[in-house]
Write a protein that binds this ligand. Structure first.
Ligand SMILES: C[S@@+](CC[C@H](N)C(=O)[O-])C[C@H]1O[C@@H](n2cnc3c(N)ncnc32)[C@H](O)[C@@H]1O
Length: 272
């Protein structure tokens, strides 16, 4: 039977998806639920001038499904709301001169105070910044064990340094390059953290075996067809011999890590 035409004007009844009731008409933006909190559910609060950039890619696939099911929560806090005056100004020229604009300490400070009001337990406050410590899997594991995290997305030339000192903000970088804002870095951090939480990935074993889980990069992966463009899948993977497959994968992981990331190879098996 062909699908019935959808009447866009008629609201469809709520559909229960796990712990939350979600209307099928919800747009990704509406998945961000500032209130009420789901008690005991990990939450990312993101202070940004572009709240409409969230959930962005986090609303897709496994992280999106987990968000719908209430396995984690997201709140985008619009920095503009804390702006000064009729035009809600959030930035000003750099003290001492120079190009560009800097996010004001009083504006960002008010947003941080609002974000942190009422948070309980271990709740890191992080500024996404090219000056920060590079993100790695150890950071994601640490964040996945917290109650939640508040992320500050900079724009323009960055933020007034006094805010970072006042609130003892941790600085974290996506890599040694400069982007126009912290939103993409925030989404990368949230994605890598949320996928470590119980029940977010269908197959928990994939977290245990993937790159960085044991300080090594992952071995090569193959799937059907058995031969493609004259290239065959390595015989050992087709042998059905689990012990040999595990040994082959381990040797490949070690070779790839040694060749590509001598820094990881040197640091393997040391505690985070
Ligand atoms: C144009 S950047 C500011 C760069 C700053 N003037 C500097 O030289 O360090 C604007 C914002 O983008 C974000 N950003 C840029 N590159 C980033 C990176 N590699 N990792 C995390 N955040 C980044 C930060 O939030 C930053 O405040």
């Amino acid at each position: 039977m062909p699908d019935e035409p959808q009447d866009q004007a008629t609201p469809r009844p709520p559909r229960a998806l796990g712990r939350k009731t979600i209307r099928p008409t919800l747009t990704p933006r509406e998945l961000i639920t500032p209130t009420p909190d789901l008690k005991g559910v990990w939450k990312a609060k993101v202070i940004t001038l572009f709240p409409s950039a969230f959930p962005g890619v986090l609303g897709e696939s496994l992280t999106g499904k987990a968000l719908q099911e209430g396995l984690w929560q997201l709140e985008a806090i619009d920095l503009r709301q804390f702006g000064i005056g009729k035009h809600r100004n959030v930035d000003d020229t750099p003290a001492g001169g120079g190009p560009g604009m800097v996010l004001r300490a009083d504006v960002l400070g008010a947003a941080i105070e609002a974000a942190q009001a009422g948070v309980q337990g271990h709740w890191p406050l992080i500024y996404l910044s090219p000056r920060g410590k590079p993100m790695n899997q150890a950071l994601m594991r640490r964040l996945a064990r917290t109650e939640g995290v508040t992320l500050i997305c900079g724009r323009f030339e960055g933020v007034d340094e006094r805010v970072l000192e006042q609130y003892r903000v941790e600085e974290v970088s996506l890599g040694d390059f400069v982007m126009t804002g912290g939103e993409i870095a925030a989404q990368a951090l949230i994605d890598a953290t949320v996928r470590l939480m119980p029940n977010v990935l269908g197959n928990a074993a994939s977290v245990e075996e993937e790159s960085f889980s044991s300080g090594l990069l992952e071995h090569p992966q193959y799937t059907r067809p058995a031969e493609w463009q004259g290239r065959a899948i390595p015989d050992v993977l087709m042998s059905g011999h689990h012990g040999e497959i595990a040994r082959w994968r381990r040797a490949q992981s070690e070779r790839i890590t040694r060749e590509r990331r001598p820094d990881l190879w040197a640091a393997r098996d040391k505690p985070d």
